[in-house]
Design a protein around this ligand. Structure first.
Ligand SMILES: Nc1nc2c(ncn2[C@@H]2O[C@H](COP(=O)(O)OP(=O)(O)OP(=O)(O)O)[C@@H](O)[C@H]2O)c(=O)[nH]1
Ligand SMILES: [Mg+2]
Length: 346
């Protein structure tokens, strides 16, 4: 038996096998009432997480609206400035304001209050024009459904994985995690702590091991344990960017040896606090890895949640989840209409 297989046997596979019977807590989560409560709480969390952005954006827009009885050229420049300050980015701001002006002209709208309603519609449009969204917890076509999580160091990958595992377990999915960040000291332990918290198994090798081998073993373990979802953590930084991208490609290739359609989702975790800077990182990843969506972490820590619009437009990728804190249930499915409502209301 090779070293890595032995370590897997020691650390990964037996732990995963221990999960074979359904956990009691899995069963307790069943029932639509419980799910309804989760959904309700998700919504409240999202709204709370957007407080900083809402306070900044809403106050400025309200000021514009109450200052003018009629739409004036100053209203439009004020709106442009406000959107840029909220980090929507120049391109999205121009597009939104141009569309709005054209509609205001065509529909002979003169009241800023009415323009606010149109603004909301335009903002939802920006978010809805992104690529196809895979159902977050619905009818996955493969078993296990494999989610590869990528992103620069510190973006929030491991934390988001813990929260996502919890989110899926609450929806009766059997989840296994793969500790694919074998580079950073303590990265494996960090994921294992999340595994214990969420009560899902973590397949891990030692630090410095080949992440491809971890992904392979984790897939086998997920299959053997009839898991619905396998989530693979990855390193955020290696010796060089090229190494990192090669490693991510290799992990994907290894997964494909087990299932030619894996990974079924590759989610890029972005740190909302990075604002426009996060976008250039995202472009780099998009060049090398076939991304299917975004997890936007740390929305609670920024007043510039407008970055959501710039991400959706520039990357043309759906935002699947948003992170609104460091706790286990601080993750919510992203809903364009709700997001825009939350920005303006409350
Ligand atoms: N406030 C807040 N903090 C978050 C959120 N998500 C992650 N964090 C914090 O961000 C920091 C980095 O998170 P990690 O999950 O370790 O990031 P990572 O991408 O795995 O980092 P590397 O493993 O170094 O590549 C931690 O202190 C997390 O608690 C969030 O949604 N809100
Ligand atoms: Mg990590």
């Amino acid at each position: 038996m090779g070293d890595s297989a032995f370590v897997a046997l020691l650390l990964g596979v037996p732990r995963a096998r221990g999960d074979a019977p359904r956990l009691l807590s899995d069963i307790n989560f069943r029932g639509s009432n419980a799910l309804f409560n989760f959904l309700k709480r998700d919504k409240e969390k999202t709204k709370e997480g957007l407080t900083k952005t809402r306070e900044s954006l809403k106050t400025k827009i309200q000021n514009l609206i109450w200052l003018d009885n009629d739409i004036t050229p100053e209203f439009w420049t004020g709106l442009e400035d406000t959107l840029v300050q909220a980090d929507l980015g120049g391109q999205v701001t121009m597009e939104v304001v141009d569309n709005l002006r054209a509609r205001a002209d065509a529909e002979r709208i003169t009241s800023p209050k009415r323009a606010e309603a149109l603004l909301k519609e335009e903002l939802v449009n920006v978010l809805k024009q992104t690529g196809q969204n895979i159902p977050p917890n619905g009818s996955y076509t493969a078993k296990p459904h494999v989610i590869l999580i990528v992103g620069v160091n510190g973006a929030g990958k491991t934390t988001s994985i813990g929260k996502l595992a919890n989110y899926l377990r609450q929806r009766n999915k059997r989840v296994i995690l793969a500790a694919g960040d074998t580079f950073r000291a303590a990265a494996i332990e960090q994921l294992q702590v999340w595994g214990e918290r969420v009560k899902v198994n973590v397949v891990a090798h030692q630090q410095g091991a080949d992440p491809g081998a971890v992904a392979f073993d984790a897939y086998q373990s997920a299959k053997a344990n009839n898991a619905d979802v396998l989530i693979v953590d990855t390193a955020g930084r290696l010796h060089s960017k090229t190494n990192l991208m090669k490693e991510l490609e290799k992990i994907s290739r290894v997964l494909q040896k087990n299932d030619a359609t894996a990974p079924h989702e590759t989610l890029l975790v972005l740190d909302a606090v990075m604002g426009q800077n996060g976008l250039s990182q995202a472009r780099e990843f998009k060049k090398s890895v076939p991304l299917t969506g975004i997890i936007l972490a740390k929305l609670d820590s920024t007043a510039k949640g407008g970055i959501v619009f710039a991400i959706a437009r520039e990357l043309n990728l759906p935002i699947k989840y948003i992170g609104t804190g460091e706790k286990i249930d601080d993750l919510a499915e992203f809903d364009a209409q709700e997001f825009v409502n939350d920005l303006f209301e409350g």
